[in-house]
Design a protein around this ligand. Structure first.
Ligand code: NAI
Length: 355
């Protein structure tokens, strides 16, 4: 039986989440930014990074694992490089602030490489690269996440689901946004299959022996996309957003659910490129719009209705939700409306535990 849904206007959802984060202890302006970010995700149908996370974040905030009044500092290390020291603030706020420094640098110098050092979970990377593209910049964002993926040919989790997001501006209203985890499936999809006792395809995950499993309850490692290629990409992300910033790497990266009273020390990296330093900006944008048109004209394969450009389906969902409201499971809505900050259910050191 599918879970009942409540449809909320974006503003109402954002306000509910902001109130909860303030009650958990975040400063109002930080609570507002995180709520805005999570609403962006839910509104685009990426529910794995929306309201479903509020209780977990609230528990970590309430237990001291998120710095509430962080001592932020931006260290400019070169004409186009810098590190934003995040003091283990909530990642959405730290990364958003670091992005502004990167945007200014890329506008002025043609390129910016900016790291975010020691932050909490930063959510859906599209959010950041979307903002950069609105400023006519090409953007790449990568970040570390908890070690849940087995290396190609291995049995024990080593790297995170380490996402990569890319954006580029077009002549149309919306940029191209490609944003993916480097594992075949997000952990949330395994949890969903567990809750329904559904089998999963053998290409998603492995059991404790490293063998592919179709039983979601036996999952002890997620598989990288396309075998050694995804494995290489997740390693690249880890190096760029971890080791490059002097942060813990690979299996030493903190787990989402281990010790909610400690900061996570995660890293993120932005690489922004100003197209006007390489070509004519208008021509660049016109060419990308033409690329989209040509892709739309490509005849659909059997079983497909049309070819979409990366990010387009998110945008279609966003536009639809502006009319229908954003669907939120009743359980989450009830929690958001309640006085409860959290139910003490996430402080568990086993990342693969049944929740
Ligand atoms: P996904 O598999 O839903 O989508 C991956 C990409 O493929 C997207 O750019 C999407 O627009 C594109 N796409 C999907 N269907 C398409 C189609 N039919 N035609 C053209 N393009 C299509 O994304 P995934 O891997 O599940 O990641 C979800 C989110 O999770 C991302 O926003 C990512 O940033 C976030 N994430 C964040 C982490 C963190 O620690 N902060 C860790 C892992 C993921």
């Amino acid at each position: 039986m599918s879970e009942e849904l409540v449809y909320l206007k974006a503003k109402d959802l954002q306000d509910l989440m902001q109130v909860k984060f303030e009650r958990a202890g975040l400063l109002p302006e930080h609570a507002q930014e995180v709520a805005k970010h999570l609403t962006y995700a839910d509104s685009r149908g990426v529910h794995s990074h929306g309201a479903v996370r509020v209780e977990y974040y609230s528990e970590r905030i309430a237990k001291g694992g998120t710095t509430i009044t962080p001592n932020f500092s931006f260290e400019k290390t070169g004409p186009s490089t810098g590190v934003f020291h995040a003091d283990n603030a909530i990642g959405h706020v730290a990364a958003r602030k670091a992005l502004d420094y990167a945007i200014d640098m890329a506008k002025e110098n043609g390129v910016a490489v900016v790291g975010v050092s020691q932050m909490g979970h930063s959510g859906m990377l599209s959010y950041y690269v979307d903002i950069a593209a609105q400023q006519d910049l090409v953007a790449l964002a990568v970040c570390q996440s908890d070690p849940m993926s087995v290396p190609f040919g291995g049995t024990k989790p080593y790297f995170g689901t380490n996402p990569i997001a890319f954006s580029a501006p077009t002549n149309g209203e919306r940029p191209i946004i490609f944003d993916m985890a480097t594992t075949v499936q997000a952990w949330g999809k395994i949890l969903d299959a567990r809750s329904k006792d559904n089998e999963i395809p053998p290409t998603w995950a492995v059991d404790e022996t490293g063998a592919p499993t179709t039983d979601p309850h036996k999952v002890r490692g997620l598989l990288p996309i396309s075998g050694p290629k995804g494995y290489g990409l997740m390693m690249m992300v880890d190096i760029l957003s971890g080791s490059l910033l002097g942060l813990p790497f690979g299996q030493h990266v903190s787990s989402m659910y281990a010790d909610l009273s400690a900061g996570r020390n995660l890293g993120q990296l932005f690489i922004l490129i100003n197209p006007s330093y390489f070509t004519d900006l208008d021509k660049f944008k016109a060419n990308l719009s033409k690329m989209i048109d040509e892709l739309h004209e490509n005849s659909p394969a059997p079983g497909f209705d049309q070819v979409y450009y990366p990010g387009e389906l998110s945008e279609i969902r966003h536009n639809k939700h502006e009319e229908t409201g954003i669907p939120i499971p009743t359980g989450i809505y009830n929690y958001l409306q309640s006085e409860v900050v959290h139910n003490n259910q996430y402080d568990n050191s086993d990342a693969f535990a049944e929740k």
